[in-house]
Design a protein around this ligand. Structure first.
Ligand code: SF4
Length: 446
């Protein structure tokens, strides 16, 4: 939990020597509380002050990385309970569970399908994050061979899963350098697993059936200086799990409980793919950090990844496209001009609908700070004068002969202003909904 200036002042020498650049220790403490100064600026800070302030400066939920380099997956790091308070930071990972009872061909088929799957949405490429490989065969040789086979084609995050500490140790040693996630340590194996995780630089899942065991294991990890930890609190029902996730998030953020300040892992397997997808959706919405599903079906993963993108988009920074004139199809000097805002979702929907209509056109996208059409207009960022000025600035009028410009139907009121700004253009009020562009093109434009 954040310390107040007065609490910090009690930890300082209180000599007011001014060497930190502040006139008093209290003034320096206030700057520290506001995160506008570093404790290192006071040469006389005690070890106790360094320890207390260092711990207070740690993020309330640790960011844990699985995997290496460009394929690394980051989890945790959250600072708010609700998205609208600021933003969520690291997207909930979505992964697939396989096990070593499958032969290598089947493992490659399943993992290969996951690897090939990607979804492009509003200009972002969305992909699954992790594969979990469970030890089911009973043969350690087979398990290690299956893990090797999967990682030979899967470059992203890997979770190795077993209740058998010796199997996890052997697989973790084989994957040294890949930073796998070891799932899971339980109270009986946690001491061994902490040693394995530290020795192989892996992250460790702590699995428990109740908060007492979970917290005791998390304390053991802190005492052993193992910080890269996930929590897996097993529950009997979806309701209980949802409640547990909420308690963990609030405990870490609101009560400053360090032993709950870790990302959350959930293995999902309800026996029904639709229920699996619903549970994964709840993980995304409510504090899950990594949700592993038993099967991969694009029909389930597509809505999950789209939901994740929506939940984890910074509400204060809408996804935007660059303000400019975009060609849709292969427009020429006789092609019509459409106008919309630079909110990504709006841009991609409008450009897609123009494309679907079968014509080529120019799409003018002025700077609107990523707002949608009506919001941008209400905020004074999408008026006829602004659109007109942008069209002139782009020199579009010099490049095309067909001077027809189509504005969104929701802002028909800017047509007069735009006609004044662009006197030699014909301003046409288009449909309100992008879905009506095709019929508009057919019935009005052509
Ligand atoms: S340098 Fe340290 S002791 Fe001196 S005024 Fe600043 S905070 Fe106080």
């Amino acid at each position: 939990m954040a310390l107040t200036g007065l609490k910090i002042q009690k930890l300082l020498p209180k000599t007011n020597c001014k060497e930190c650049g502040c006139s008093t220790c209290l003034a320096f403490a206030m700057k520290l509380a506001a995160k506008k100064a570093e404790l290192a600026e006071c040469p006389y800070a005690s070890d106790e002050a360094k320890a207390v302030l260092g711990a207070a400066a740690e993020p309330p939920i640790r960011t844990v990385t699985i995997g290496e380099g460009e394929h690394a997956f980051k989890a945790g790091g959250e600072t708010v309970v609700f998205r609208h308070e600021k933003t969520f930071v690291n997207q909930t990972g979505v992964g697939l569970a396989v096990d070593d009872s499958l032969d290598d061909d089947e493992l490659h088929r399943r993992v290969g399908a996951l690897l090939d799957y990607e979804l492009e949405r509003v200009g972002e490429l969305l992909r699954p994050d992790a594969v979990s490989i469970a030890f089911e065969s009973g043969s350690l040789d087979r398990y290690l061979s299956a893990v090797k086979s999967v990682v030979s084609i899967w470059p992203r995050a890997v979770v190795i899963r077993s209740d058998d500490a010796s199997a996890l140790r052997a697989a973790a040693e084989m994957l040294r350098g890949r930073r796998p996630l070891l799932a899971s340590a339980v109270p009986a194996t946690v001491a061994d697993m902490i040693a394995v995780a530290k020795n192989t630089e892996s992250a460790l899942v702590l699995a428990a059936d109740n908060f007492d065991d979970l917290v005791a294991m998390a304390d053991q990890c802190r005492d052993s200086d193992l910080r890269d930890v996930f929590l897996e609190l097993r529950a009997d029902s979806l309701c209980e799990h949802y409640q547990n996730n909420t308690i963990i998030r609030r405990g870490a953020l609101k009560s400053g409980l360090k032993n709950l300040g870790y990302p959350i892992l959930k293995y999902i397997d309800t026996g029904n793919p639709i229920d699996d997808a619903i549970e994964a959706g709840i993980e995304i919405a409510k504090y899950g950090s990594l949700a592993i599903l038993p099967t991969f079906d694009p029909a389930d993963f597509t809505p999950l990844l789209a939901l994740r993108q929506n939940v984890f988009t910074d509400p204060q920074k809408p996804i935007q496209v660059e303000p400019q004139v975009y060609p849709v199809g292969e427009p020429d000097e006789n092609s019509a001009v459409f106008v919309t805002t630079n909110f990504s979702l709006t841009y991609f929907i409008v450009s897609g609908e123009i494309e679907n209509s079968g014509i080529s056109a120019w799409l003018v996208v002025p700077e609107c700070e990523g707002l949608s059409v009506l919001t941008a207009w209400a905020a004074g960022k999408f008026g006829g004068d602004k659109v007109g000025a942008f069209v002139k600035e782009c020199g579009l009028g010099d490049r095309i002969a067909c001077r027809k410009i189509v504005i969104p139907g929701y802002v028909a009121q800017i047509s007069g202003e735009l006609e004044e700004a662009l006197p030699d253009w014909e301003v046409i009020v288009g449909p309100q909904e992008a879905g009506d562009i095709e019929s508009f093109v057919k019935n009005v434009l052509t």
